[in-house]
Every structure is written in structure tokens, then in C-alpha cells.
Design a binder for this molecule. Structure first.
Ligand code: GLU
Length: 421
């Protein structure tokens, strides 16, 4: 399917562009619209001075990339990580456009990132960095323009600071400028668990589609942050057997199932999954190749590559993370007939509940957790069947089907609005 070199394999922007081009070609996409949708609308680079606790001043580089506003305000998280790069943020921004279109919610796509190591910064340093980053972006974000949310390295507290900084500048409390906030200041019930809940819904759909059953369905999860831990917890509650958890600093295996609630408590106390007594230690890379029914990469990009894809022994690969699989790995997974639930579908539960949060903020009326979860369930279920039906009717794999469905929706809107060109 692709002519990417191994070096290009792990560049997320190249990976995104390769899938986009392939899907656009299959769709016979108009050349002009192809060019418009291939590149982001706007890329903002900011250099953020921060007074550090030791009295020195550090300057951090941050980005906000708005890929598309064709279907609504730009939408997408902000990532704090030492590995952030402009190419990564670009890729993540376009994935947000496709993700919002796959689940058919009225947003475009954006992403932000700051090159920093949040684990090595104090709360005060993080707060000052977040506020200055927000101030630098003040005219580019807003409930009708671009609505950030949490991503790797950011959380509800980060969103509270952004909401407050934006509100101080606009001289009025404006909760709808970000989603993923604490529940008492305009957050939505169920948002914290939403990505994991969405992952569990598409797993339910996939096993039903493949004629499998929850009973005896073994799951391995890579990553135990917000997405990984909530996916594991909700799947375990539904009766799946979570036999393995891998993290950046170790892995755990128990063929009879790991007690996820106990593991969450252990990680909270110890700061790591290591040392948990309810499972044996395993090698974090090898664990991905253990036999299981469902493998869920839920951490970061480039986890399933041409180096390990052939060794996978799962039936379903459910992508809780953004971009965990490279393009070269896609071909190998196709050959192995692994049923892939692509990232832009599998992890869309987060942004779907962000949409609910934005709606609730604008109404000033908040839903019960049961209402949120029920609405999330039906959107994820419907989107799963849309993608699988598209794959069947166009004779493509699920990933390309999801891209085609999304590109088709965005292209349709772009044509309808007409181009200001
Ligand atoms: N960062 C999450 C994602 O990649 C959530 C984005 C959002 O809620 O806007 O989908």
C-alpha cells in the first residue's frame, strides 16, 4: 500500500498523510479539496517564558495547529511531553478532524503541544507555563473558534487554569473554551472515563461482529494512564479478562486476570505499576506479543511497527492511543487478518464526551452520568457500524474505511460551504 522508508515509518505526519492520500485516491477526491484537506489551516508556534521555582527563567516552545474548521470550531487536546514536535502536533490535529467526522460531531480538528517534561516540573511551574501558553493563544482559541482539551501530560487541573486565564482576559467566566474540566466548574460527568468507555463499547461491537463472546475474552492493555486504566477497568467490569498491562517502565501478567481496581490503587500509592503483587512481572515489549483476543495500545504513537507487527497474537487490535500503528505495520496486520479498530474510531469517546461538555456549558444545564454514558454508547455503536459497513462496501480495511468516511464528510461540507479561495 505504501512506499514509506523505515525512517519515515515513525514520523506521525508522514503516517497520517500516507493514509489520507490512499483514502482520498480511493474516494476519487477532487484535486482542489485534496490539497485543502491535506494540510493544516493554521500553525501557531509560541515561545513561553516561565519563572521557575529556583528563580531562573526557562523558555518552552509550544504549538497549536488547527487543521480544519470546516464542520465546526477546531477541537483537540494539548500535550505536554519532551517528545512533542511540530510534525507530531500536525498529525494529531488532522487526526482530530477525521475523528470528529467519523463520530459525526460538529467540530473540526486541532491539537496543541508544549515541549516540556511535566513529571519534572512543580505544580507552580506547570500553572505559570499553562497560563502564559494560553495568553499567547488568546485570540486563536474560544468556544466558537478552537476548544482545547486534555491529552498526554495534561489533566483537569490544566484545563481549569486555561479556562481561568481565558476568562480573566475576556472579563467573563467562559467555561466552554475548554473541555475535560473538573465537574464543579463546567466539566461533564463521565468525561474522565469517556475514552476508556468508548474503547469498551467498540470492543463489545467487535466481538459481537466477529461472533466471539466476552466470556474468556483475554485483553492486554499497553499504557496505564487515563485511557489505558479506564479501558481496563471498564472492560473488567463488563466481564473481560485483563491478563496483561504494559507501561513505559515495566509490565504485568496474570493469566487468570488482573484485579484492575487494586492495580489502580497500587499505582496511585507507588507511582508505578511495578511491585504489584497480584500479577507477575513481564517484559513490556514481549507482553504485546502474548496470545490474547484483544490488544489495546493506549499510550502513544509508533508502538506497533514493522519490527513487531508480525509477532502479534491478538485477534482484535483496538487503538486507544492516537497513531499507535505505523503504515508499514498496517500491511502486516492486514496479511495476518487482525481486526483493527482504528484510533480515529476507537478513541473517539473522549472527544464525543467533550462535545457533550461543550453543549452542556453552552446550555448551562448538566446531564446525569447515566445520560452522558447512554449518549456516548449510542454514538460509538453507530460509528462502529458505519465504519464496518463502509469497509465492506468499499472493500478496504477498517482504517481506510474510517478515513474515507471522514474525508467524505469533511469534503461534502467544504463543497457545501463553498471555497473562499
Ligand atoms: N486528546 C483527546 C483526543 O486525542 C481528546 C480531545 C478532545 O476531547 O478534544 O482525542
Amino acid at each position: 500500500m505504501t512506499t514509506l522508508t523505515l525512517e519515515q515509518e515513525t514520523n506521525p505526519w508522514e503516517a497520517q498523510a500516507a493514509r489520507f492520500d490512499y483514502a482520498a485516491k480511493k474516494l476519487n477526491l477532487d484535486q482542489g479539496i485534496w490539497k485543502v484537506l491535506r494540510y493544516p489551516t493554521r500553525e501557531i508556534i509560541v515561545h513561553i517564558p516561565v519563572g521557575m521555582d529556583n528563580g531562573s527563567v526557562e523558555v518552552f516552545t509550544g504549538y497549536r495547529v488547527q487543521h480544519s474548521i470546516a464542520r465546526g470550531p477546531a477541537k483537540g487536546g494539548i500535550r505536554y511531553s519532551p517528545d512533542v514536535s511540530l510534525d507530531e502536533v500536525r498529525a494529531l490535529a488532522s487526526w482530530m478532524t477525521w475523528k470528529c467526522a467519523v463520530v459525526n460531531i460538529p467540530f473540526g480538528g486541532a491539537k496543541g503541544g508544549v515541549i516540556c517534561d511535566p513529571k519534572k516540573m512543580s505544580q507552580g511551574e506547570l500553572e505559570r507555563m499553562t497560563r502564559r501558553y494560553t495568553a499567547e493563544l488568546i485570540e486563536f482559541i474560544g468556544p466558537e473558534k478552537d476548544v482545547p482539551a486534555p491529552d498526554m501530560g495534561t489533566d483537569e487541573q490544566t484545563m481549569a487554569w486555561i479556562m481561568d486565564t481565558y476568562s480573566m482576559h475576556t472579563r467573563q467566566t467562559c467555561t466552554a473554551v475548554v473541555t475535560g474540566k473538573p465537574v464543579n466548574i463546567g466539566g461533564s460527568r463521565g468525561r474522565r472515563e469517556a475514552t476508556g468507555r468508548g474503547v469498551s463499547v467498540v470492543c463489545d461491537q467487535a466481538i459481537q461482529h466477529l461472533g466471539m463472546s466476552i466470556q474468556g475474552c483475554r485483553v492486554i492493555v499497553q499504557g496505564f494512564g487515563n485511557v489505558g486504566s479506564n479501558s481496563a477497568k471498564i472492560l473488567a467490569e463488563k466481564g473481560y479478562t485483563v491478563i496483561g498491562i504494559a507501561e513505559y517502565d515495566g509490565a504485568l501478567y496474570n493469566r487468570n486476570g488482573i484485579d484492575i481496581v487494586a492495580l489502580i490503587a497500587h499505582k496511585k500509592a507507588a507511582g508505578t505499576i511495578n511491585g504489584f503483587t497480584g500479577a507477575e512481572a513481564a517484559d513490556k515489549d514481549e507482553l504485546l506479543t502474548f496470545e490474547c483476543e484483544i490488544l489495546i495500545p493506549a499510550a502513544t504513537e509508533n508502538v506497533i511497527t514493522s519490527r513487531n507487527a508480525a509477532q502479534l497474537r491478538c485477534k482484535i487490535l483496538c487503538e486507544g492511543a492516537n497513531g499507535p500503528t505505523t503504515t508499514l505495520a498496517d500491511d502486516i496486520l492486514d496479511d495476518k487478518r487482525i481486526f483493527v479498530i482504528p484510533d480515529i474510531l476507537a478513541n473517539a469517546g473522549g472527544v464525543t464526551t467533550s462535545y457533550f461538555e461543550w453543549v452542556q456549558d453552552r446550555m448551562g444545564y448538566f446531564w446525569t452520568e447515566a445520560e452522558v454514558n447512554q449518549r456516548l454508547d449510542s454514538i460509538m455503536t453507530e460509528s462502529f457500524s458505519d465504519v464496518v459497513a463502509y469497509a465492506k462496501s468499499h472493500l478496504v480495511n477498517n482504517r481506510i474505511a474510517a478515513y474515507m468516511l471522514a474525508i467524505d464528510r469533511v469534503a461534502y461540507t467544504t463543497k457545501q460551504r463553498g471555497m473562499y479561495a
